[in-house]
Design a protein around this ligand. Structure first.
Ligand SMILES: [Zn+2]
Length: 390
């Protein structure tokens, strides 16, 4: 594979900033990087010149259901290819395929399909632009009926270590995140089982009060799914699950920063309270992402999209059509410094997944997952594990 040298006016690694930098890519990895004056480039390398642009790590989306007209629950390679190539055009270079609640057998079939796609991606160097699926996020069935959002009520299940084991098995042990409502019977045992299997236990779709949420954190839950959405709301004499998440620095919180799911000032409250190091940008994107308005499927039910906002037949918000580049622009528009916004979309989710060093970072030896952004933060070029760009 040829060597590529990417020249950029600015590189955000994202913990550091390098002006007039060069990144050398060999195969699917970053081989060298630094300031232009310090670099000796191979004579036969292909140059990609990103003058006036900022190069950042590819975005890592830990909560995404679909894109490009397809849903991860379809589970076949064609659908997953369509999803991974659609989001890659918006700068997402790795993602955690997120399920929606469905009957267990059906979910197992989807998980088997997703797992074989992941194993195939692991084996082959990519020959085209596509996000790498890092694993699965089980959003349901272990969630609250009262805070189910659009998840179908008939398929919700009580947390069960046995059922969880069946799902993990079907996914060939590629489950990375499991959403659990802490107040349900069996939730704490499930959280402990997830932690023992090195799976992130996430608090979400929950009506938990403060003490119930604290008990989940004590049992090992360290992540919160789409903060504020599908959660018992904060009340000053009853701070509930939101209060427990806001006040615990060990717990990371996802936010859907489309400015529809959560108002800008509520995102500011989240970041002002927790700091910039524990808030992760996610898309919660569905099949309609990257597609025109119309009717789409999310798991087993229909969703209609108008002006880019997805709702089910009752008018409830049903995921989003947000892309990670837009999420970054949105949080910058409400006052978050660019470097912090980029960290929220790259290194912080990578750390939560335990893949920091490989993903969400521009460093020697890391995967060559890169995004070139224009001065108004539009995506001008993307590289996924060495493929794309030049
Ligand atoms: Zn959800």
């Amino acid at each position: 594979m040829p060597t590529t040298a990417i020249h950029a006016s600015r590189i955000l690694t994202p913990d550091d900033e390098i002006s007039d930098g060069v990144i050398v890519v060999e195969g699917s990895r970053i081989a060298a990087m630094g300031h232009r004056d310090e670099m000796r480039l191979p004579a036969d390398c292909i140059d990609f010149v990103a003058t006036g642009m900022t190069v950042v790590p590819g975005f890592v989306d830990v909560h995404i259901h679909g894109a490009g007209g397809h849903d991860v629950m379809e589970g076949d390679a064609r659908a997953l290819d369509r999803i991974t190539s659609t989001v890659a055009r918006h700068g997402t270079t790795s993602m955690v395929a997120t399920t929606v609640t469905a009957p267990i057998d059906e979910t197992c079939r989807s998980l088997q399909g997703i797992a074989s796609y992941i194993r195939a991606q692991e084996k082959a160097e990519p020959d085209h632009l596509c996000a790498e699926i890092l694993g699965v996020h089980l959003e349901g069935p272990f969630i609250s009926k009262a805070r189910r959002g659009v998840h179908p009520p008939d398929s919700l299940a009580r947390p069960s270590v046995e059922t969880f084991g069946k799902l993990v098995e079907a996914a060939d042990h590629l489950v990375k995140i499991v959403t659990v409502a802490p107040e349900l019977p069996g939730a704490l045992e499930l959280i402990a089982a997830a932690v023992a299997a090195k799976i992130v236990a996430a608090i979400g779709h929950t009506d938990a009060d403060y003490d119930q949420a604290r008990a989940a954190i004590h049992a090992g839950a360290r992540h919160a799914v789409h903060m504020y959405n599908a959660m018992r709301p904060f009340e000053h004499r009853d701070p509930g699950v939101v209060g427990a998440i806001l006040t615990d620095p060990e717990v990371t919180a996802e936010v859907i920063a489309d400015l529809v799911h959560v108002a800008g000032p509520a995102i500011q409250v989240l970041m002002g309270t927790k700091g910039f190091d524990t808030v992760l940008l996610v898309s919660d994107g569905i099949a309609a992402t990257g597609m025109p308005d119309g009717n789409y499927r999310l798991g087993n039910f229909e969703v209609s999209v108008k002006d880019g906002v997805a709702r089910n037949s009752e008018g409830k918000l049903a995921g989003s059509t947000l892309t990670m580049d837009r999420a970054v622009r949105n949080v910058v528009s409400i006052g978050v410094p660019l470097q912090d916004a980029v960290r929220m979309a790259t290194v912080l989710p990578a750390r939560r997944l335990g893949v920091a060093g490989k993903k969400g970072i521009i460093a020697i030896g890391a995967d060559a997952d890169l995004v070139a952004l224009t001065s108004d933060l539009r995506v001008a070029g993307v590289m996924t594990r060495g493929a794309g760009l030049a």
